[in-house]
Design a protein around this ligand. Structure first.
Ligand code: TRP
Length: 325
């Protein structure tokens, strides 16, 4: 069976954008060997409050389950409970060129603002490659912003295989069809981001549904009053159409047709309503999960299984490199 693998960084609360990746994993869980982890080591590439991080890690797992991820069909685990990730990452760092790593646009964006950045932020895509290659994932469902990182993982795997022998499966990114990019409600040319400080622009999966409705109602649009999917000229309206389509699974074209003869107020109301019911449903499930011991059960199983797989893989890699006596 082919394998899918992905993770959502607990660097901030999960958003509607995160839900798109989770939904995609849910779609695949019946037909693929599915791995869904919490990339908590990735979260510390920027400073985190330890207590908050700890809470967010559990929240992530509870939200995976509340959004319909079946723990019987998915291997769910924490990156930090598997030492082999960081270990393989070191090996891969030694086979990655500075030039390659320096081309990563996410890193370039972050450094172009002149902020102080950690070395970890620079090497982060290589740790991501290790996350993927340890398990021989065939497919990696991610938002479009992570595509370049999956491509780096491919390049690293291809080169390693050529030089040392066929050991890694070459992964492919799977970009979500609609809503691979849900945009910020206040700045619709920017991705809706977990780490955004723009409270009104981001819908969190644990937002009070009434608050979420208000955020949709005050989303930035434009003044020409025609409803059309045109992300370049009408980013705000296009984003609302995308959200509606993503949450109802109605194709974007049909959504556009449904609303084209209405007005912005109607569109916003309908989007607000579907967002609120979606959140309500997730949160009801979340409440019963977060207070049960299912999270620990699932994580213990995931930890054991993935440590076994990863230790085997690293042993083979070490063997190929001559790291043995
Ligand atoms: N870098 C991803 C993000 O920021 C998270 C991530 C880490 C990931 N390791 C991964 C995603 C491996 C897919 C596969 O969203």
């Amino acid at each position: 069976m082919k394998k899918t693998l992905t993770g959502l960084k607990p660097s901030g609360e999960l958003t509607l954008g995160s839900l798109m990746t989770i939904k995609q994993m849910k779609e695949y869980q019946d037909n693929y060997d599915s791995y869904l982890f919490v990339p908590d080591l990735h979260a510390i590439t920027v400073p985190q409050d330890p207590q908050e991080l700890k809470e967010r890690i559990r929240k992530n797992v509870a939200l995976y389950l509340a959004c319909g991820i079946d723990p019987q069909k998915n291997t769910i685990y924490l990156q930090s409970e598997n030492l082999y990730h960081a270990n393989l990452s070191w090996v891969l760092e030694c086979t990655t060129y500075m030039g390659e790593a320096s081309r990563m646009t996410q890193y370039k964006d972050k450094t172009s603002k002149g902020e102080n950045v950690s070395v970890g932020l620079f090497t982060y895509p290589i740790l991501m490659a290790a996350d993927i290659l340890l398990y021989d994932a065939d497919y990696v469902p991610v938002g479009i912003d992570q595509k370049q990182h999956v491509e780096l993982a491919r390049d690293i795997a291809i080169r390693f295989n050529k030089k040392y022998g066929n050991i890694f499966q070459i992964p492919e990114p799977l970009i979500t069809k609609v809503g691979s990019k849900i945009m910020d409600l206040q700045e619709p040319t920017k991705k809706m981001s977990k780490s955004s400080d723009n409270y009104k622009g981001t819908i969190l999966l644990l937002d009070d549904p009434e608050v979420a409705k208000k955020k949709i109602m005050s989303a930035v649009t434009d003044s020409d009053n025609t409803i059309k999917y045109d992300p370049i000229n009408k980013p705000g309206i296009s984003n609302l159409l995308t959200i509606y389509s993503a949450l109802t699974d109605i194709p974007l074209n049909d959504v556009e047709n449904k609303f084209k003869d209405t007005n912005y107020g109607t569109l916003k109301k309908e989007v607000a309503s579907i967002v609120a019911t979606t959140l309500q449903d997730i949160q009801t499930k979340y409440q019963s999960i977060i207070s049960s011991n299912i999270i620990d059960e699932v994580l213990n199983q995931g930890k054991e299984k993935t440590n076994q797989i990863a230790s085997q893989k690293l042993k083979q890699v070490y063997h190929l490199l001559g790291l043995e006596r």
